[in-house]
Design a protein around this ligand. Structure first.
Ligand code: NAG
Ligand code: NAG
Ligand code: NAG
Ligand code: NAG
Ligand code: NAG
Ligand code: NAG
Length: 192
């Protein structure tokens, strides 16, 4: 037997072994359940308050001697914002969006978002989604930014996907900025 085809058959056996290890025989016949995962689409509104008693976003670090603003290279913000079902901050809360927002481009035109969605509504209570990627925009008038979903827990184990985010409302007298997010994830909660 040629060396190449022997190698190929070893590779195929390894792939089969791996498939049997990850999925039971029944699951193998049900690719939606085991091997492809389940698709979930969620729309949320992040309620940011940049001042006043409800403040959700604070600048915690910056380049020495420079202002800590949304367009200043090196500024790091920590956020802890309510996620609501509807656009109003009074709409039912479904969880919290917590994490970091880092102005990561020298010209201040781009940022790095590293944040989690921590759900508390009955449907996803205790489950989380983890986001990380460039271009997360907190400033008005920015384009829609797309941030990868790089993981999750509980109902969203093995999650992968993306979120599309844009600012949909700003009320300066309330210090309130609302970011809409459309999230699409494929996950596998088989091991929950
Ligand atoms: C908005 O933020 C400013 C500056 O932090 C603060 O003085 C003001 O009280 C805030 N307004 C409300 C309604 O929270
Ligand atoms: C977040 O939502 C809770 C209700 O779920 C509310 O009590 C709280 O005031 C909200 N926080 C802010 C900053 O709006
Ligand atoms: C940053 O973006 C703005 C708006 O797109 C643009 O006008 C400006 O030239 C950019 N700044 C730099 C330094 O690229
Ligand atoms: C979510 O889980 C916590 C802790 O298990 C529980 O106290 C809470 O009542 C649950 N909330 C909902 C909406 O199911
Ligand atoms: C989310 O999806 C809705 C419905 O398709 C759309 O109207 C809205 O603009 C989308 N928002 C974002 C941030 O992509
Ligand atoms: C901001 O909120 C206040 C209080 O809810 C409201 O009276 C005002 O019309 C809002 N302004 C804008 C521009 O939506």
């Amino acid at each position: 037997m040629a060396k190449g085809s022997a190698l190929a058959s070893i590779q195929i056996s390894l792939v089969l072994l791996l498939a049997i290890f990850v999925c039971s025989e029944a699951d193998l016949l049900d690719p939606y359940y085991c091997c492809r995962g389940k698709e979930t689409k969620i729309t949320v509104y992040l309620q940011l308050f940049t001042g006043g008693p409800k403040t959700t976003s604070v600048a915690v670090a910056g380049a020495p001697g420079r202002p800590r603003t949304l367009s200043e290279f090196g500024t790091i913000f920590v956020n802890d914002a309510n996620m609501t079902e509807g656009i109003s901050y009074r709409s039912p809360t479904i969880g919290r969006a917590q994490g970091l927002y880092i102005v990561s481009a020298r010209n201040g035109n781009s940022s790095q978002g590293i944040f989690s969605f921590i759900f508390s509504n009955s449907q996803y209570n205790g489950s989380t989604l983890e986001f990380q990627g460039p271009g997360f925009i907190l400033q008005t008038g920015g384009p829609t930014s797309e941030i990868p979903v790089i993981g999750g827990t509980k109902k969203f184990r093995l999650a992968r996907g993306y979120g599309l985010f844009k600012i949909v409302r700003q009320n300066l007298s309330l210090n309130n900025t609302v970011i809409m997010g459309n999230i699409t994830v494929v996950s596998n909660n088989k091991f929950e």
